[in-house]
Design a protein around this ligand. Structure first.
Ligand code: ZN
Length: 160
């Protein structure tokens, strides 16, 4: 399945949520859950600033889906996210049986930027979603949004 115009609209929203997180003192990540009919069912952004480093939007989406969607609805849903799921979130996505993922920028791109800016690596291995959740259809990065996400990440690390 290729990236189409509606994918870009939802990804655009995920990046806007990432910006909202950054402006509120959190790390710039945002995600949107869209069902098979194209309706946005849930969205969130990073909320780690108060000390819980697991408050990633993709993990919140997995938990929300488990509570509110049937297994069939989860399998037919798509998660749009500004940055590729980390291994924790990729595992949660697969455990609850969610479907396709579309990300604007890859984990590898994020790691490359950190290295370029002299930022130490994080505590969790940088792995593609497919290494953790091999059955999940994945698409990205999406060139139209890469520069914008890179700039949000640059701002995140430059204020530390
Ligand atoms: Zn995560």
């Amino acid at each position: 399945m290729a990236i189409i115009a509606t994918d870009l609209i939802h990804l655009r929203r995920a990046v806007d949520l990432a910006r909202e997180a950054l402006d509120d003192g959190d790390e710039p990540y945002g995600s949107v859950l869209v069902d098979a009919s194209g309706a946005v069912r849930f969205e969130d952004r990073n909320r780690v600033k108060d000390g819980d480093e697991t408050r990633h939007p993709e993990l919140e989406i997995a938990r929300w889906s488990a509570a509110h969607l049937t297994p069939d609805e989860r399998a037919a849903a798509t998660v749009y996210t500004s940055g590729e799921h980390c291994p924790m979130c990729a595992a949660a996505h697969a455990w609850v049986g969610l479907g396709r993922i579309v990300y604007a920028t890859s984990a590898r791109q994020g790691a490359t930027w950190r290295a370029e800016w002299g930022v130490p690596a994080g505590p969790v291995a940088v792995l593609p979603i497919t290494a953790v959740a091999p059955g999940t259809p994945v698409e990205g990065p999406v060139p139209e949004l890469v520069e914008e996400v890179r700039e949000l990440q640059r701002r995140r690390f430059s204020r530390r």
